[in-house]
Unconditional design. Sequence first.
Lengths: 278, 332
Amino acid sequence: MPTLNRTVRVMARSLLIGVVTLLFLTPFYVMLRNSLMDTRGITSPDWQWWPSSMHFDNFTSLFSDPSLHMADGLRNSLTVALISAPVSTLLASAAGYAFARIPVPGRGLLLALVVATLMIPGSATFVPTFVVVGSLGGVNTLWGIIVPGLFNPFAVLLFRNFYLRFPKELEEAGRLDGLGWFGLYRRVALPSSASMLASLGALAFIDSWNSFLWPLVIGQDPGSWTAQITLSSFLTAQTINLPGLFAGAVVTIAPLVVMFLVAQRYIVEGIATSGLKG
Amino acid sequence: METEPQAAPLPGTTRSATPSRTAAPGVPRSRRTDWRAIGVFALMTAPILIGIGIFKYVAIGWSFLLSFSKADRSISLGHWVGFANYSQLLGDPDFRKSITQIVLFTLFIVPVTFAASLGLALMVHRIRRGRALFRTTFLIPAAVSYVAGSLVWKMCLFSSLPGGLANTVGGWFGASPTPWLQQVSPPVYWVVIVTLRLWLQVGFFMILLLAGLQGIPKEIYEAAELDGATGWRKLRRITLPLLRNTSVAVLMLLFIAAFQAFDEFYNLFTGGGAATSGAATAVKPPLVYLYDKALGDQNYGLGSAGSFVVTGLIVLVTLLQGRLTGFGKSEE
């Protein structure tokens, strides 16, 4: 009897895994299906598993009509993410190294001031940040979207802890070669933190690409919209172009899905590192 | 470190005759200020310190003062009104309702997301062949933005049309089409909100918990099996206790994310046919309320006050949770 019992359990578990997998993939399938259909097909009460005729023009018309701001949005998103991810990660790494290694009076106090801001929830304080960025003239500019997100106290803390565990022997060798503190960071510590930089950089890229509230607050003029704001404007428009809506979703998701498939190792590592803080 | 110049042996009697103006030899090494180290330290930390100084400390300080000023369509200080903004805010039934709603939402979504992430992590952890493939499948939704997710949920999965997926599946079982997002009673729109958030978040937290699971030594399970422990007992007596630190971190992250919910509420309930319905006005979490006040009405005094009330609540709960669970004690 135990063997039968076991077989049933294994089968039940496989079935559960199968059902959950299907549920997770359904939204992607639906999105792709609808992006290749016409409005009639999408709204039809008779469910079609796959479009009878493919409407690839849904994608081309996204870019041929400049009033949709899809190309602008993608370009802005790419600019913002390509600047924020490396810059915020490098700034955190440099500061993390200094906090971990360079003995300077008052270092503990400064670190405490940085770490204290971890308590401040990012989104809920969009009003204070808007007051400052607005007074500096950052409304409707890309720098207004980028700059406030460049200073990540959590990444500073993660890098500091990483460099604290970094073997001192490597740096001793560099010191004998006459390197100063910055040289040690540039030539010894930084090259050894490539995987940490890639992990946190990948996470920063994802966060930047998908962020919505802050670009919405700052980008009031369509010229400074990111892809997410463009997509949201499709959803809140007076008349809704259903196929365009889904094609837009596919286009804004595609870069990150590709990145998840290519750089998954770093993303998984990044998530695990940022959670191990506890 | 630079090499020290050769220090001439100073006889004790001549010490008073040579007042040290510079960092002269003879001054104990530990008390000498290393200006070069300070310079490098300053350069390497300056961007972060200045950035955090401006965008956190100055921003919050300024906004704090604004919350005590009448700042309608302006961000200049000076027109002090005491607690007027706070009393207007707390006196507004819409704001109080938004707080009640977000508290209920948080109380529901946090445990549900945690349980789902843990279930998924345990499931993936047991898979022997093709684990990476399943892990990728469950993680991929984390690549999707709340905007794109809302769009798919609103316009297809839970579309009010008979052609929406939920209504199609319902139709197979003879149910009539449901206006998922428009109907106020019963509030089926919560199904839409909860499933969307689960789909978007579960993969990320599954990865965190998987990392925790992988940190539990196999020997403990083997020893427990020798003692005759079964699946459920092993989960309760070994896995959950040893996953405590990760779980506390996950719960805290989930709480902070849920309390600041904005994206999906904004995108599900603004425009696109939902605006005219009752549900659009029925569901408005605090951040959407603040967005309307600060960006719509441009009342920055009231907006600042609201920011502080919401931030205060989050900080309070986080501190309380940290106290109760001893979170962060292992740090430093």
